[in-house]
Design a protein around this ligand. Structure first.
Ligand code: WQD
Length: 339
């Protein structure tokens, strides 16, 4: 089965391409390389030992997307391609709404016209805002997103749901990620943040590599065990495998207008300081960090209840926080050497 992976040269997309191949699927990548580069394709090749077809296409370019669907007969689509920087989305909301929503609409229209009827969407736990209950389940009410980025994910879920209900014959799943971290154990692919990383782990590994002076922990006065925020950190390879499981679930679905959402997290929360300590222990190094003020918009604590994905998709997070932080450091050492 041939699966189109939009944003397949990105962090989660590239790891998903590897796992699709491992599961016997034929992935095809489209990516506009806005937030990635062609070296990722070489990394994928080094892992799976074969060339994955790649087209440099922007999902907003309807003509190019239609030409591709004319050329390649897809059995399904996994849609990662989107702008994803929370802070940047606050500065450039129109760019985020236009890019993230229009690319989705183009894809859904072209899929409808070419009768491609399996769709997996990259959503985010950010749709829950600061949840009133923990752990969050899929029934936890969504809250107004703390950023335009998060809002594009919530609106996208509604677009997909309403489209599926209109019975074009498409089945769809939205995966609500928690905090993806780590890298492939081969250190051939991993996270390649543009500029100054806004996310915790890439910033932390750059400090450990001596590329940055110190990690600032944003606040230690939260109502948590050590005062720092709690997150559900999930290994990117586990997350990638969840996408393969989602495609397999859609293959088995007989309901033509099937749409559902799944939390994809470990079900465990860890504080920022616990992550730092684990990183130091597993990699046997001392990290330079300081405590700073809270970051506006940060949620105090959030972690998943993942019973649904465990029971329905038979998927469980296999890798630990320690595994992810070992893999993240191995990857950082690799790319720091190549600088
Ligand atoms: C995690 C924790 C920070 C940096 C975002 C998006 C989410 C998803 C993952 C795409 C927070 C703290 C961070 C630093 C710190 N993205 N931190 N110092 O904000 O939980 O989630 O990225 O899908 O949708 O919202 O991730 O890694 O930025 O922060 O103390 O230099 O680490 O305060 O508590 P976040 P993050």
């Amino acid at each position: 089965m041939k699966i189109l992976v939009t944003g397949g040269a990105g962090f989660i997309g590239s790891h998903t391409v590897v796992e699709l191949h491992n599961a016997g699927y034929t992935p095809v990548i489209i990516d506009n390389l806005y937030n990635s580069n062609r070296e990722v394709l070489a990394g994928i090749y080094n892992i799976i030992g074969k060339e994955v077809p790649f087209y440099e296409i922007d999902c907003n370019d309807e003509r190019a997307v239609r030409d591709l669907f004319e050329k390649e007969k897809f059995d399904g689509v996994i849609h990662f391609a989107a702008y994803k920087a929370v802070g940047e989305s606050v500065e450039k909301p129109l760019a985020y709404y236009e890019n993230n929503l229009m690319s989705l609409i183009v894809l859904l229209k072209v899929m409808r016209d070419y009768q491609v009827n399996k769709f997996v969407f990259s959503s985010s736990c950010t749709v829950y805002g600061q949840p009133n209950e923990l752990p969050v389940t899929e029934d936890t009410p969504r809250q107004p997103a703390a950023s335009p980025y998060g809002n594009t994910k919530a609106i996208s879920e509604d677009i997909i749901r309403d489209h599926v209900i209109s019975k074009p014959g498409i089945k769809a799943i939205a995966l609500r990620y928690f905090n993806p971290i780590g890298a492939h154990s081969s250190a051939e692919i991993g996270e390649l943040p543009n500029g100054v990383p806004s996310n915790l782990v890439p910033y932390l590994t750059q400090v450990a590599a001596g590329l940055r002076k110190s990690l600032t922990v944003f606040g230690e006065d939260y109502d948590t065990p050590d005062g720092t925020c709690v997150r559900d950190f999930i290994h990117v390879v586990d997350l990638a495998i969840a996408h393969v499981k989602a495609i397999e679930l859609l293959n088995e679905q007989t309901i033509s207008d099937y749409y559902d959402v799944f939390n994809v997290g470990t079900g465990q929360g860890h504080t920022v300081l616990e992550l730092i300590k684990t990183f130091e222990e597993v990699n046997n190094l001392k990290l330079n960090y300081n405590i700073g003020p809270r970051r506006p918009g940060d949620v105090e604590k959030i972690y998943a209840q993942s019973d649904k994905v465990n029971n329905v998709m038979k998927w469980h997070a296999e890798k630990s926080l320690a595994d992810a932080l070992k893999d993240a450091w191995r990857w950082q050492e690799k790319i720091t050497k190549s600088v």
